[in-house]
Design a protein. Structure first.
Length: 498
C-alpha cells in the first residue's frame, strides 16, 4: 500500500533521517570522489547543504538528546554515553509538535537508555542494535527479532507507518539509522563494493601531534586502537561475539566467505609496520563506505516512496548525522574532539517551493538549532527553555541585517577516560579561529587559525603574536558559557592557566 497525499491543515510534513557516525567528508555532495551516495547528493541538489553545521558535544547519545531538547548536554542532563537514562519529563520538541496537531513517530536507532516520549508511535532498536537480524522494541515494550538487514528493516517500518498513519494530520517522522556505526558490517549485496579502490592517505594520517597534548594521549588510532578481529573481520568469533552471532546460516556463509579471504591477506603478505597500518586504513574505508551504501540506498527508497505517494511536494526531508567522524585524518577513527572532522556533521534539507535547490548555508549552525527550526517550519511555538534558534531565515535568505546570526559556536565534551581517552574540553569556533581548553588531568590550551591551518596541526596558542586573538576569544568563550548557563565550565575556566 502507498499512502495518499492528504492533510487538512496544509502544514508541511517533516521527515528527519538521522544516521550514526556518518562523516560529512564521506559524502559525494561534500566533495568525496569515491563514496556512492547518490540519494543524499540528490537531497543536496534539490535543497540546501550546510557547510558549517556543528555539534555541541561530539558523541552519539548526547547528540540525540540535543536533537530532542534543543539544549546543551549540561542542560538536558545527558553528557556521556553511559548508563544515564535520558530524562523524558523535560520539554521535548516532538511533544510540542503533537500539541500543534502533528502525528509523530520515531523508528530505528534512538540509543538513550529510555523509551521514547512525545511520539504517537515508536519502534526502536535496543541500545546500539544489530546490523543483521536485529531486535526492535515496540509499544508498549515488546521486543521482536526480525530477519534481514537493519537499514532495510528501518525503511520498511517507516513506510508501513506512513501508510497506516492518520492521513488527516501532518506528520513528523524520525528515521534513526544504525549505519555507519562501528563495527561497519555491510549488507551482503555491498560486500566488496570498494575493493577496486586504493584510497589516498589523508595528509595528516601520520600526524605526530606536536604541540597538542590531548591528541597525543588519545586512544583512537587506526594503528593501535582499531582491532583486526572485531573491527576488520580478521577471523572474528561468529558464535560468541554479539556483533557477529546474529547471522542465519545463509547470511553467514556469504559474509564469512568474503571476509575469510580478506583475513588471510596480512599473513600472506607478511604485513608489518606502516604496511599493516595502511592495510587497516584501506579495509576500514572499504567497510565503512560499503556500509554507507545501504544507508544511502534506503534514503533513496524513502524518497521514491514520497514521490510515488504524492507526499514529496509537501514534505520537508532532512538528512543529518549525530556528529562527524574521522576517516583516517590524524590517523584516527571515531569522533569526540573539537577538531573539524568530528565537530562538523552533514546536514541537508529539502523543502519544495521554499528552499532554493542547490543552495548552500555557510553560517555557523549547531544541533541545538535543529529543534527550534523544525518547530518554526511547523508553525509551532518554540518553548522558552530551548537554547537554540531557528535557522529558517537562513534557508529563505532573509537579509542578515534583519535576522542577525551567530558569529561563534560553543562546544563542551565530557566523556573520559573510557573508551578512547579523549580529555574533556570546551571551546569556541568562529569563522576563522578555534580556541579549546582541555582539562581533567590536563591544563592545556589550543588555538588554531583555520584560514591558514585548516587541518589543525599547528597550535599557535603560545605564539607571541596571538595575544589579541586569545584575549578576544576567551572573552567570547566566557560570554557563551554565561549565556548557555554552563556554570561547571565557568568554574573550570576560572582555574585554567592563562
Amino acid at each position: 500500500m502507498v499512502a495518499q497525499a492528504s492533510n487538512s491543515g496544509g502544514k508541511p510534513n517533516i521527515i528527519f533521517i538521522f544516521s550514526d557516525d556518518h562523516a560529512y567528508q564521506a559524502i559525494g555532495a561534500y566533495g568525496n570522489k569515491y563514496a556512492k551516495t547518490p540519494n543524499i547528493d540528490r537531497l543536496a541538489k534539490e535543497g540546501a547543504l550546510f557547510t558549517n553545521n556543528l555539534v555541541t558535544n561530539s558523541i552519539c547519545g548526547p547528540s540525540r538528546a540535543t536533537l530532542l531538547t534543543g539544549k546543551y548536554s549540561h542542560m538536558n542532563g545527558y553528557k556521556r554515553n553511559d548508563n544515564t537514562k535520558f530524562d523524558t519529563r523535560q520539554t521535548l520538541f516532538p511533544e510540542v509538535l503533537r500539541q500543534s496537531g502533528y502525528q509523530t513517530a520515531w523508528i530505528g536507532k534512538m540509543h538513550l537508555n529510555s523509551l521514547p516520549a512525545g511520539f504517537d508511535y515508536w519502534n526502536i532498536l535496543p541500545g546500539q542494535g544489530n546490523y543483521y537480524n536485529p531486535d526492535f522494541i515496540s509499544q508498549p515494550n515488546d521486543t521482536t527479532k526480525y530477519t534481514g538487514y537493519v537499514s532495510d528493516i528501518i525503511t520498511k517500518f517507516s513506510t508501513e507507518w506512513l501508510d497506516k498513519r492518520d492521513h488527516s494530520k501532518p506528520f513528523f517522522l524520525i528515521v534513526g539509522h544504525k549505519a555507519t556505526h562501528r563495527e561497519w558490517l555491510p549488507d551482503l549485496q555491498d560486500l566488496g563494493a570498494y575493493d577496486d579502490i586504493d584510497f589516498p592517505l589523508p595528509a595528516t594520517f601520520y600526524d605526530d601531534y606536536n604541540g597538542r597534548e590531548a591528541a597525543k594521549q588519545q586512544d583512537m588510532t587506526i594503528d593501535k586502537t582499531m582491532r583486526l578481529k572485531q573491527d576488520l573481520k580478521v577471523f572474528p568469533d561468529y558464535e560468541k561475539d554479539w556483533t557477529y552471532n546474529r547471522f542465519n546460516p545463509g547470511q553467514k556463509k556469504i559474509f564469512k566467505a568474503y571476509y575469510d579471504k580478506i583475513a588471510r591477506e596480512p599473513e600472506e603478505k607478511k604485513l608489518t609496520g606502516k604496511a599493516l597500518i595502511e592495510w587497516k586504513y584501506q579495509r576500514y574505508l572499504k567497510d565503512y563506505l560499503s556500509t554507507a551504501n545501504s544507508l544511502d540506498r534506503n534514503v533513496g527508497k524513502l524518497l521514491d516512496y514520497l514521490d510515488k505517494s504524492g507526499l514529496a511536494k509537501n514534505t520537508v526531508v532532512i538528512y543529518a548525522s549525530d556528529q562527524g567522524f574521522y576517516m583516517g585524518e590524524h590517523g584516527w577513527f571515531d569522533k569526540r574532539f573539537i577538531y573539524e572532522e568530528s565537530l562538523k556533521t552533514p546536514f541537508v534539507i529539502r523543502y519544495p517551493g521554499v528552499v532554493k535547490p542547490g543552495s548552500k548555508v555557510d553560517e555557523l549552525v549547531t544541533n541545538i538549532d535543529w529543534a527550534p527550526t523544525i518547530l518554526n517550519i511547523a508553525g509551532a511555538k518554540i518553548p522558552a527553555d530551548i537554547q537554540g534558534k531557528s535557522f529558517f531565515p537562513l534557508l529563505t535568505k532573509t537579509p542578515s541585517a534583519v535576522v542577525p546570526w551567530r558569529k561563534e559556536a560553543y562546544y563542551h565534551y565530557y566523556e573520559f577516560p573510557q573508551p578512547h581517552h579523549v580529555h574533556p574540553h570546551f571551546g569556541i569556533r568562529t569563522e576563522r579561529y578555534k580556541l579549546a581548553y582541555f582539562y581533567d588531568g590536563l591544563d592545556s590550551w589550543e588555538l588554531y587559525d583555520l584560514e591558514k591551518d585548516p587541518t589543525e596541526i599547528h597550535n599557535i596558542y603560545g605564539d607571541e603574536n596571538a595575544g589579541k586573538v586569545k584575549a578576544d576569544l576567551k572573552q567570547r568563550l566566557r560570554q557563551l558559557m554565561t549565556a548557555y548557563k554552563d556554570t561547571e565550565a565557568l568554574k573550570i575556566l576560572a582555574q585554567a592557566k592563562k
